[in-house]
Ligand binder design. Structure first.
Ligand code: M6R
Length: 612
């Protein structure tokens, strides 16, 4: 949450910073600000989105070749202009941007207030910059030392960048727990929360590690030190990111573009791994730790939101195919409940962003107890990818819409490959079943393409339900997690209350909600429990509920019972979530469009949840 960007070079900083903020706006969008060094520090901030900052700044002095900028997702202090970043120190000689939370800010603030420091905002961030200036004066040390001393006393997560009026050709950046990338161009440096604002200027980047501080000076090489002043050699990596992937490319919203990219993102997640001719699956991360996986007492998935739903699909896959016991944990619960874990366990963290704070904390906990830490992650260089012992990337490409779509299907694809590989190695799957499933998996990208043809039909259907206030989503087996995912999509982008349930659980409570106004989305493709789902639909119809059914092509029984029917191609039940989730993504998208909602940046949300 929060996007930070900095520039020091020969070009005008302002356009580069605004461009960077637009790229990072998915991380938070309740206020924005910029500080530019030009003799003094010109600092401008506004409530609302980056476009509002641009409008505000239009007649202001935006000159300068050094600057920092920020787009905020509020944690401490309401989203308004005063609490927006950058924050000044009391003398206004220093300005700071911050992503993260300073947990002990109150203790530090009280101490500073007693020493006469005056505060203007309600943020933890202002406390940090005031603290740095206070130390600088009290200890008579330079800015680098003051930053090191202050950060050594801070509890919490941060990625920060500081500029100073007295040292106009310098920026200081530091991180602990929140992401920070430094781009090294010709005569210029870029800093950002992720690589997307940097890619059009340079592909050479350095990812800062926790408790490291970067000293960036004009005409000098990048210097990295630890908080304890130990010198580090910067490790320069090459970015492999396609600039087009960061644009809407003709689609009205990123979410729609990303839904339609799924044939490609699934294909990319399979490519180089699945070899149909040889009946093999190549996944180096699994093979490197083959014995740990095959002898694992349990596999524990830990994740949040949509990634947690993918983990649930993973549980069905791995238990059924590889016969290894699996548990699925919300990272936010797991980290605080003193779980029993040891070196016999394998913990798999799933995350699109690779920066989710709770997932990272759950991984650290499991690592400290000796478990093998594996990750399924979409962002190369992210904190989760770097913390893992091994992992598999999802190759979905950048996902920018806050509602996760292509990341989910890419995660499920990778989980399917892992389950099949483990099953083959363990001998828990017959050769013929393995062959059948890998051949079927290979056809999934084209079946997703076919599924996407329901888009127009779903758009028409969305008109009927635009003003509906509640939805129920039901599924069983592999499609129970899909029901949860469909409900989450609807909630987050159209603000309609929706609940996902295992279909048979309905009669233990939610059935009381059903009347003629209640639409119930039932995911009912061909499966071993199709007949049971039919009975569940009959229970809904007996209470006059409106059934929207997702069925396999040519279905007769469920279709006859349902009010609305969306057909998807036939596939093996095991792979069905990869198809059945698509109409649900489209339904939530079109309902949100008709309700005039902010599709890519829904209220109160941020793409990457880097605070707990
Ligand atoms: O980046 P992650 O996959 O770790 O993010 C987890 C959740 O925050 C994320 O899936 C969230 O629920 C999405 N907005 C869902 O669409």
């Amino acid at each position: 949450m929060c996007g930070i960007v900095g520039y020091l070079g020969l070009k005008e900083a302002y356009p580069i910073l605004i461009n960077g903020l637009r790229r990072l706006e998915y991380r938070g969008y309740d206020s924005a600000g910029v500080a530019l060094i030009n003799g003094g520090i010109n600092l401008y901030k506004t409530k609302g989105k980056v476009s509002e900052l641009e409008a505000f700044v239009v007649d202001k002095n935006t000159k300068g070749t050094v600057g920092i900028a920020h787009t905020r997702w509020a944690t401490h202090g309401e989203p308004n202009e005063i609490n927006a970043h950058p924050h000044f120190s009391e003398s206004e000689k220093l300005a700071l941007i911050h992503n993260g939370i300073i947990e002990n800010y109150n203790v530090i603030k009280e101490k500073l207030i007693k020493s006469g420091v005056k505060f203007t905002s309600h943020t933890d961030t202002e406390v940090l910059i005031q603290f740095i200036e206070f130390i600088q004066k009290a200890e008579k040390v330079d800015l680098v030392k003051a930053t090191q001393l202050a950060l050594s006393q801070v509890v919490g997560a941060y990625a920060i960048v500081i500029v100073s009026r007295d040292e106009p050709d310098m920026m200081i950046a530091a991180r602990n727990g929140s992401p920070l990338v430094i781009g090294i161009g010709k005569d210029e440096f870029h800093i950002a929360s992720d690589a997307s604002p940097i890619i059009e200027y340079t592909r050479d980047v350095v990812y800062l590690d926790d408790e490291e501080i970067a000293i960036i000076k004009r005409n000098e090489k990048l210097q990295i030190k630890t908080l304890k002043d130990q010198q580090k050699t910067p490790f320069v990596e090459k970015l492999e990111l396609d600039l087009c992937a960061l644009e809407k490319e003709g689609y009205e919203h990123f979410m729609l573009k990303e839904i339609f990219e799924q044939p490609k993102s699934i294909r990319d997640s399979i490519r180089g791994r699945l070899n149909i001719e040889r009946d093999t699956i190549a996944m180096a991360g699994i093979i490197d730790f083959e014995q740990r996986f095959l002898n694992a007492r349990r596999i524990i998935f830990t994740a949040a939101g949509t990634s947690w739903h993918a983990a649930l699909v993973g549980e069905y896959l791995i238990e059924e195919l590889a016969r290894i016991s699996v548990e699925v944990e919300y990272a936010s619960e797991f980290r605080y409940r003193n779980p029993i874990i040891d070196e016999r366990d394998v913990v798999i963290a799933i995350s699109q962003s690779g920066e989710t704070a709770d997932t990272l904390a759950a991984m650290r906990l499991a690592k400290s107890k000796g478990a093998l830490i594996y990750s399924i992650c979409n962002v190369v260089g992210s904190s989760i990818a770097r913390l893992s012992d091994a992992g598999s990337f999802t190759h979905a490409g950048p996902e920018i819409g806050v509602a996760s779509t292509k990341a989910f299907t890419a995660q499920v694809t990778v989980l399917t490959l892992i389950a099949l590989l483990l099953a083959q190695k363990k001998g828990t799957i017959s050769k013929s079943k393995f062959n059948q499933l890998i051949n079927e998996l290979d056809t999934i990208p084209s079946k997703v393409e076919e599924t996407l043809k329901v888009s127009e039909q779903v758009r028409e259907m969305a008109k009927i339900f635009t003003y509906t206030r509640n939805f129920l989503y039901l599924g069983r087996g592999y499609n129970f997690p899909v029901a949860l995912e469909g409900a989450l999509k609807l909630k987050e982008i159209s603000y309609i209350h929706a609940e996902g349930y295992p279909a048979a659980e309905m009669k233990h409570g939610p059935i009381a909600l059903i009347d003629k106004k209640m639409p119930v989305v039932v995911i009912a493709p061909v499966s071993g429990i199709y007949d049971k789902v039919v009975s569940n639909i009959q229970e809904i119809k007996a209470r006059k509920g409106k059934v929207i059914a997702i069925v396999s092509k040519g279905d007769k029984i469920v279709s006859a019972l349902s009010d609305y029917v969306i057909e998807i191609p036939h596939t093996d039940e095991v792979l069905s979530p990869l198809l059945s989730v698509i109409p649900l993504q489209l339904l939530s998208y079109y309902i949100a469009v008709m309700r005039d909602c902010e599709i890519d940046q829904p209220r109160n949300l941020a793409k990457s949840v880097t605070v707990e």
